[in-house]
Structure formats: structure tokens, C-alpha cells
Design a protein around this ligand. Structure first.
Ligand code: GLA
Length: 390
């Protein structure tokens, strides 16, 4: 049995156990790792994530007698692992984040003028939670797709992503951008996804066959992410307002250079990261497709330093791990912090033969680390879809 089959068996069993009935349909949405363009999605910039073969699966079946919407989450502990509400009534908040992801999708669909039909769902996944690999987006997009298909809405990938983002922004309370949901909804197998976060236009970027994407889990789980994340976003918006532009994407670097001395030093550093990161996205996309590992080494290092020093979302242990892997890799690839930060994962894009070097860099770090790091290489997969389950 492969990874997905095991997950399907678990979610099917969870459905049977919760409702005493068989599910009729299955939907899946992947997590993602971001290769470049960090903390630029909510500044309307370009990003380059890649969907990974870890996912959330939703099993769906007809409603019970009460004709309400019922959900059971198999990974969320016992206490409030079930929820039930009337999808036609105004949506109120649930008792926990996962419930608000589900309710939020119904609420967001209602705002788009769509009605969700009653159903029963069970949800399970294997995207690690709190690791910076977008378990929340996978969850939201899988639920949105299941509701869209079940209710005959046939929504496209960008609408599913928007709906899942609205659920997270307005019902869960995280001011996240659109990158994770778009990566989960719209990715193309074997490719990274170059995404314009303003227009939502996407261009699949092939990954050179000599390269592979490795996720290095620091083992450090994020804490206080929501408040720190929302604060970073507010700081970026304050700089945009200061310069009178819609978003930092529209801030001309020359105008920034001229006016930056009027800014508070923290705001100046945040904007410096965003403007620098915006310039790195296209060259990284080109290096990824062309297999230029020396360019990847330089650009990903610059990005890491900028996230650590100017955006202040790294930790000393993460900087040590990145330095150790970077030293071991040399010019064979690049490595940097990925995702929101404050813990989570590094991403390495390197020659396939350099896997041993990445392991050596991690082993060296682990000799003195409080929490050991570990690496896994992922295949870039396609975005959310209905899946067959025999
Ligand atoms: C989180 C958010 C995204 C994005 C990244 C940082 O994953 O959900 O919208 O802002 O952080 O790039």
C-alpha cells in the first residue's frame, strides 16, 4: 500500500466509524514548499512554490437525517473533532480552528453567491502541522473542492484558492496571502508554479531533471506565528501607505532609496526584504529550469540572510542549520528558510547527486542541536483533484 492508499483507508475508516455509512467520493489537495518569493504574496508580488506529495484527503457521503453539514477531523484530537451546522443558515464561528476552516469555506462560498448542499465529510492528512508546508491550505482547498463538486458548483482552481484564503483570513484569523492556496489548487505535476499574486496568473516552471527539491525539517514547530505573521503584514502595508502605493510590489526601488531615511528602521528593514525578494523570483525560476546551481546557491543564500536579518523570521538554530547545509553543498545547490518562518523547514534545491552532501550538513548540525533536523526529497505533484478510491 502506498502513502495515498494508506491515507484513503484511514479516512474511509474514520467516515464509517463517525457515521456508520460508506463515503461515496474522495478529494485531495497537496501541501507545498515555497522555493522563492517569501512574504511577498500579500505584497502582491510573484512567488514560486511547488506542491509536494503530502496531502489532505476529504471523504464525502450523503447527509444524515438532519440534512445538515457534518464534519469529522481525524487528526485534531478527541475533544472537538466533530462539527455540525446548517449550511443554508448564516455561518457562525465554531469552537476550533479546523471547524472554522470548514465553516469559513461555506461562509466564503455564500459570499460568492453559492449554496453548499448538506453532506457528511471526514478529513485526514499527512502534511505535517506547523512545519511551514501549508497543512492549513491543503485542508481548506480540499474542503472547498469537496463542497464545490458535491454542490455542483464546478469552481476553478483560482476560485477554490480564494475561498480557502477567505476562510483563513476571516474565520480563522490569519492574514495569510494567496500563495499556499494557489499552490495547493493550481500546481502542475513535475513543475514549480510561478504565480502573480495580484492577477493570479500562473506559469508552470519545469524543474531541471538534474535537480531535486529537498525539505529539511528543523523539528522546531512554530509558535506565536499568527500574531507575528499578522504584524509583518501590517508593517509592509504601513510602508506601502507611507509611499502612497497600493502594495510594495508597486514601490519603485529608486523611490524607496530616496525616501527610506524617513522610515522607522524596522519598517525600512521589512521593505528592504520585500523589494530584494521581488527581484530574486525570476532569476530563481530561470536557474531552476536551466539547472544553474551556482545561481541557486547565491540567490537562496541572499534570500535566507534577508529573511533572517531584515524580515526577522528565522531563529539562531535555523541559521546554523542553513549555514551547515550551505557549506556542505558548495555550488551544487542552494538552501534557505521556507514558509512563514519562526520554525518549520528549510528548502534545498540541489543536484540529485548532492543528496549525500545535504545529509552530511544536517549530521554536522545535529551533533550539537537540541532538536535534530531531518531531510526528505519530494516529488512535485499536481494540485487539488477528485481521486478514485477503489
Ligand atoms: C505563510 C502564508 C503565505 C505566505 C507565507 C510567507 O505560508 O500562509 O500566504 O505569506 O507564509 O511567504
Amino acid at each position: 500500500m502506498d502513502r495515498r492508499d494508506r491515507l484513503i483507508a484511514r479516512v474511509r475508516e474514520g467516515f464509517r466509524h463517525a457515521y456508520g455509512a460508506e463515503p461515496t467520493d474522495f478529494f485531495a489537495a497537496p501541501g507545498r514548499v515555497n522555493l522563492i518569493g517569501e512574504h511577498v504574496d500579500y505584497n502582491d508580488g510573484f512567488v514560486l512554490p511547488c506542491a509536494i506529495d503530502r496531502e489532505t484527503i476529504v471523504a464525502l457521503g450523503p447527509p444524515g437525517d438532519a440534512a445538515c453539514f457534518e464534519a469529522v477531523a481525524l487528526d485534531m484530537g478527541e475533544a472537538d473533532a466533530r462539527d455540525s451546522f446548517d449550511p443554508a443558515a448564516p455561518i457562525t464561528l465554531g469552537a476550533s480552528d479546523w471547524q472554522n476552516h470548514v465553516r469559513g469555506v461555506v461562509g466564503a462560498l455564500a459570499r460568492h453567491g453559492h449554496r453548499v448542499e448538506p453532506a457528511r465529510i471526514a478529513i485526514a492528512g499527512d502534511v505535517p502541522i506547523g512545519a511551514g508546508l501549508s497543512s492549513s491550505a491543503a485542508f481548506g482547498v480540499a474542503v472547498a473542492l469537496a463542497m464545490s463538486e458535491h454542490s455542483g458548483l464546478g469552481l476553478d482552481a483560482a476560485t477554490l484558492a480564494r475561498v480557502a484564503q477567505i476562510a483563513e483570513n476571516d474565520f480563522v484569523g490569519c492574514a495569510c496571502g494567496i500563495m499556499d492556496q494557489m499552490a495547493s489548487a493550481a500546481s502542475v505535476e513535475g513543475h514549480a508554479l510561478l504565480l502573480d499574486c495580484r492577477s493570479l496568473e500562473t506559469v508552470p516552471v519545469p524543474i531541471h531533471p538534474g535537480l531535486e527539491v529537498t525539505v529539511i525539517d528543523t523539528g522546531i514547530r512554530r509558535s506565536l506565528t499568527e500574531s507575528a505573521f499578522n504584524q509583518r503584514r501590517a508593517e509592509c502595508e504601513a510602508v506601502a501607505a507611507h509611499f502612497g502605493v497600493r502594495a510594495l510590489r508597486d514601490l519603485d526601488p529608486a523611490a524607496f532609496a530616496e525616501g527610506e531615511s524617513d522610515l522607522d528602521p524596522v519598517l525600512r528593514a521589512r521593505a528592504r526584504h520585500v523589494l530584494g525578494e521581488l527581484r530574486r523570483v525570476e532569476p530563481v525560476a530561470a536557474a531552476l529550469a536551466g539547472g544553474d546551481t551556482a545561481a541557486l546557491a547565491a540567490l537562496l543564500h541572499e534570500a535566507h540572510v534577508s529573511l533572517s536579518q531584515d524580515f526577522d523570521v528565522s531563529l539562531p538554530a535555523i541559521d546554523r542549520l542553513a549555514a551547515s547545509v550551505r557549506a556542505a553543498l558548495g555550488q551544487r545547490g542552494g538552501v534557505r528558510l521556507t514558509g512563514a518562518g519562526f520554525g518549520g523547514c528549510l528548502v534545498a534545491v540541489a543536484r540529485c547527486e548532492a543528496r549525500g552532501a545535504i545529509e552530511a550538513g544536517i549530521a554536522c548540525y545535529n551533533e550539537t542541536a537540541a532538536i535534530p533536523a531531518s531531510a526528505e526529497t519530494f516529488a512535485p505533484v499536481a494540485g487539488a483533484a477528485r481521486i478514485a478510491a477503489s
